[in-house]
Design a protein around this ligand. Structure first.
Ligand code: PEP
Ligand code: MG
Length: 326
C-alpha cells in the first residue's frame, strides 16, 4: 500500500472524469515539514501556529516566532503555506497564560480570533513576525473561529497597520498578502456572500463546524460517533458554502478531519470542495480515491440524496454504495 501511494505522488490530481483537485497538508511544527515532499502535498493548507505556543513554557518571543515562520517558508520552497493566526483557548490551553479566565464552556469561550482581537499586542507581534518572515514572498494568513465578519475587518486593519509600520522602517514586505477566514461557526453560514466579499479565501474547519452545528463536543468519546458528518444537514450546509464561494470567485478549502477520509473526500469534491487539507498520511489514500472517482456521477447521486426529505439523514450508505460499485 505505502509503495502504491508513493507511486501516486507524481500523478496529476485529476478525477476519473477530468476534474482537477488539490491536496494540501496540515502541519504545526518544523518536524512536519519533510512530509511535504514525501506526501506530494501541493502546499500547507493549515499551519497551526499555536503548536509552538503549546510546546513552550512561556509565550514565544517575537524572534522565535519569526524564526519558525522563516524556517517553514524556506522548507516549503515554492509551495504555498497558509498560516493560521493563534487558535488558543477551547481545547488548546496554554498553562502559562495566567490571565485566561476560568470558563464553564471553553469551546464557546474566549478563544482564537476573539482572544487575538482582545489582546492586540499578542496578535500584532505574531503578524509582524509573519510579515517579516515572508518578505519577498506571498503571505497567507487565516483567521480562526470567525463569528462575525466585523472581526475580519478588525484583524485586517491591525495587519495593515503593521504593514505600514514595517514599510516605514524600511523592512522588506510580502509581495502579496492574502487574508482568509476559517468557517467554523454556524452563524457565518447565514452570511456567506458578505463573508466571501470580506476575504481572499475561506477554509472550512469541519471539526469545529460539525461540533457547533450538531451541538456535539468534539472531544467527548461518548458521543463522538453519534452523528454522521456525511448527513443531509451537514452536506447541505457545506454545499451552500461551495456555491457561495463559486458565486463570488473566492477560493475554498476544507481542513478538518473530514478531508482526510477517502469516502468523505469524495463526497466533498462532488459537492464542490476540491481543495482539501489533511494530515500527510491521508494524502495517499485520499488521492487514490479521488483519482478513481467519476465526480459528475457521484454528484448526481449525492444531489438526489440530499434533496430528498426522507427519514434517513445519513448519506454515508449511498456514498459507500457508489464507491463500492466503482
Ligand atoms: C477544525 O476545526 O476543523 C480545524 C481544522 O481546526 P482545529 O482542529 O485546529 O480546531
Ligand atoms: Mg477549529
Amino acid at each position: 500500500r505505502q509503495q502504491e501511494y508513493r507511486d501516486l505522488r507524481d500523478k496529476p490530481s485529476v478525477t476519473r472524469d477530468g476534474e482537477a483537485f488539490h491536496l494540501h497538508m496540515n502541519a504545526g511544527l518544523l518536524v512536519d515539514l519533510p512530509q511535504l515532499d514525501e506526501s506530494g502535498a501541493e502546499g500547507i493548507g493549515l499551519f497551526r501556529t499555536e503548536l509552538q505556543f503549546m510546546v513552550a513554557d512561556t509565550f514565544p518571543r517575537a524572534e522565535a516566532q519569526e524564526s519558525l515562520y522563516r524556517s517553514v517558508i524556506e522548507a516549503a520552497g515554492p509551495k504555498p503555506v497558509i498560516f493560521r493566526s493563534l487558535d488558543i483557548g477551547g481545547d488548546k490551553v496554554l498553562p502559562y497564560f495566567r490571565s485566561a479566565p476560568h470558563e464553564e464552556n471553553p469551546a464557546l469561550g474566549w478563544r482564537a480570533i476573539r482572544l487575538s482581537l482582545d489582546r492586540p499586542g499578542l496578535f500584532r507581534t505574531q503578524m509582524r513576525a509573519l510579515l517579516k518572515a515572508s518578505a519577498g514572498r506571498e503571505l497567507r494568513v487565516m483567521l480562526p473561529m470567525v463569528t462575525d465578519i466585523g472581526e475580519i475587518e478588525q484583524a485586517r486593519s491591525i495587519i495593515n497597520r503593521e504593514v505600514q509600520h514595517l514599510s516605514r522602517f524600511g523592512h522588506g514586505l510580502p509581495t502579496r498578502l492574502h487574508i482568509g477566514a476559517m468557517l467554523e461557526v454556524p452563524a457565518l453560514l447565514f452570511d456567506l456572500d458578505a463573508l466571501m466579499k470580506a476575504v481572499d479565501f475561506v477554509s472550512i474547519g469541519s471539526n469545529d463546524l460539525f461540533q457547533f452545528l450538531t451541538a456535539t463536543d468534539r472531544g467527548n468519546p461518548q458521543i463522538a460517533a453519534r452523528f454522521e458528518p456525511l448527513s443531509r444537514p451537514f452536506l447541505r450546509a457545506l454545499k451552500s458554502v461551495a456555491e457561495a464561494a463559486a458565486r463570488n470567485g473566492v477560493s475554498l478549502s476544507l481542513c478538518g478531519e473530514l478531508a482526510g477520509k477517502p469516502l468523505s473526500a469524495m463526497a466533498l469534491a462532488a459537492i464542490g470542495i476540491r481543495d482539501l487539507s489533511m494530515s500527510a498520511a491521508s494524502i495517499g489514500p485520499v488521492k487514490a480515491a479521488l483519482l478513481a472517482t467519476n465526480l459528475a456521477e457521484l454528484r448526481a447521486v449525492i444531489d438526489t440524496a440530499i434533496e430528498n426529505d426522507g427519514i434517513a439523514t445519513d448519506m454515508q450508505p449511498v456514498i459507500r454504495e457508489f464507491a463500492d460499485k466503482h
